[in-house]
Each structure stands twice: as C-alpha cells, then as structure tokens.
Design a protein around this ligand. Structure first.
Ligand code: ATR
Length: 262
C-alpha cells in the first residue's frame, strides 16, 4: 500500500486527507493519505522515509514551505523561483520539491473567469504563500502588483525576488481591482486593522483561507458591494496537481469533490 501525508504545524484544520483519500478511492489506488503534526527537527527523518519509499509523497503546509528546502536534493523551477515547496516526491532516486500553489491560484482565478491583465492587485501578507501568488499573477500578465505586510521587512525580502512589485506601508491602501488576503488573519474569526471598505465597490476580494468558508474579510467585502471568493478552489487545484505528480492521474473535479469539502 502506498502512503502519502501532509506535514505542518498546526495541521488539524487541513482538509487534504479528505480530498486525497476521496480521489485515491475513486481511482482505485491502494494508498492512504494522512496528516502529520511535525516539529522542524523531525523533517530530516521524514525525508529519509521518502528516500526509502516508506512514504511516496508529501504535501507541506505552514510553517515549513521554505524551511523544508534545505533537506531536499533538487527543486522544480517554480519552487526555486518562489523559495516555496508544497509537494515532495522521489524522482529517479532524488527527493524533489515542487510548488503547486502557483498553478492552484492561477486555475482558481480562471475557474471564476477573472482576467488579471491590466488590473491592479494588492496582496496582504508576506508569509509562505505570497511568493506563489505573486508569481502566478505575473504569469497571468498582471503588471501592477502591490504588497503590504504588518512587518515591512518581510515584504521587502520578497521584493528582492520580484523587484517590480510595489511595497505599501501597512495601512496605506492603494487603488486596486483585486485584493488577496494571504495572511492567517481570519482563521480564528479575527480582523485586520486595515481600512479596506473605503475603496469602493465592484472589486474582487480573494481569501486564500477556505476554512472557515467566509472570513470577516469576505463578509465585509460583500456588505460593501464587492465580489468575494474563498480559497477553496485554489486548495482543490493545488491538491489536483500534487495528485497528478504522485499518481500520474488527473482525478475528476466534480460536484462530489466540492461537496466532500463542506
Ligand atoms: P510565516 O510568516 O511563518 O510564513 P504564514 O502563515 O505563511 O507564516 O504568514 C503569516 C502572515 O500573516 C504574515 O504575513 C503575518 O504578518 P507578519 O509578517 O507581520 O507576522 C500575517 N499576520 C498574522 N497575524 C496578523 C495580524 N494580526 N495582522 C496582520 N497580519 C498578520
């Protein structure tokens, strides 16, 4: 039997096991997908298990997307560019890190037919997922990307990789068409100290968070006449790409798939 898992800390909220086990069963693959709460010093041991084929694939979530890199043999070009790994597999005896968050975000915007060309995008947060969102926006032709983060230095560090983005001081909200919450604010029904409702309506508010399905960021967006989208389809598409890397099968994304995540 094959074994897959997602590692993170915390990990309780992760819906990856639910989704992957559903697809494994649907595709009659003899495998199991679990979640593992890990400390950083336990990562090398986990990588050894992949090397010995005791584990066949791993997803990585907060806070290890960057720190896991030092233990891998090689990275895909997307993982290299973003310094972020969310999927690990063994290829020809090498442990390789991939980044499927990029495709996840791109496909989620395509799913709602949102075209970012000639649009202004504001990203809130400079944590683990932000470089993937910036990279995806650039891939899709977005030329005006603003980044703001409570801790300015973290945003400035990302600018070293993506030097054409514009850093905004925390609290300075530029004019935008789409705003993306890439922070952990909202996971616990909490709020920003940002004044986003002064920006007018008809904007897209995108939250990377999918659980809870409607954060205060999205609730307020709707109240002010904006479109609100949570991170559920980004989550589904990144998992879809990981599944394909490991099992060489693209599972179906249908109503049943979306239903099990409710
Ligand atoms: P990590 O920072 O370890 O990569 P993450 O969950 O990927 O973890 O990122 C957390 C993000 O949420 C960061 O951008 C963080 O801002 P700081 O860099 O200033 O810590 C942001 N964040 C968390 N709590 C916040 C809050 N109460 N207000 C504003 N931003 C917050």
């Amino acid at each position: 039997m094959k074994k897959f898992c997602v590692i993170g800390n915390p990990i309780e909220h992760s819906l990856s096991p639910k989704l992957h086990n559903f697809w494994l069963k649907k595709n009659k693959i003899n495998a199991i997908y679990e979640k593992k709460l890990l400390k950083e010093n336990e990562i090398p041991k986990l990588i050894e298990s992949i090397r010995k084929s005791e584990i066949n694939g791993v997803n990585v979530t907060v806070p290890f997307k960057n720190s896991v890199i030092q233990f891998l043999d090689d990275l895909s070009s997307d993982a290299k560019k973003t310094n972020s790994v969310n999927t690990i597999c063994k290829e020809k005896d090498k442990i390789i890190g991939h980044n499927t968050d990029i495709a996840g975000f791109e496909l989620a915007l395509r799913y709602i037919n949102y075209d970012v060309k000639r649009k202004k995008a504001l990203i809130i947060g400079a944590g683990g997922v932000s470089p993937s969102i910036i990279f995806a926006l650039k891939n899709m032709g977005c030329e005006n990307i603003y980044l703001t983060n409570r801790t300015l230095e973290k945003a400035e560090k990302i600018k070293k990789t993506f030097n054409d983005i514009v850093i905004q001081k925390w609290g300075d909200i530029p004019d935008f068409d789409i705003v993306i919450n890439a922070t952990s604010v909202g996971l616990n029904n909490d709020n920003f100290d940002l004044k986003l409702n002064k920006v007018g309506n008809n904007k897209l508010f995108y939250d990377v968070i999918y659980n809870p399905s409607e954060t205060n960021f999205l609730k307020d967006a709707k109240l002010n006449g904006n479109k609100a989208e949570n991170g559920k389809m980004m989550f589904v598409y990144q998992a879809h790409q990981s599944f394909a890397l490991w099992n060489k099968i693209l599972p179906k994304i249908d109503e049943d798939t979306i239903e099990i995540l409710k």
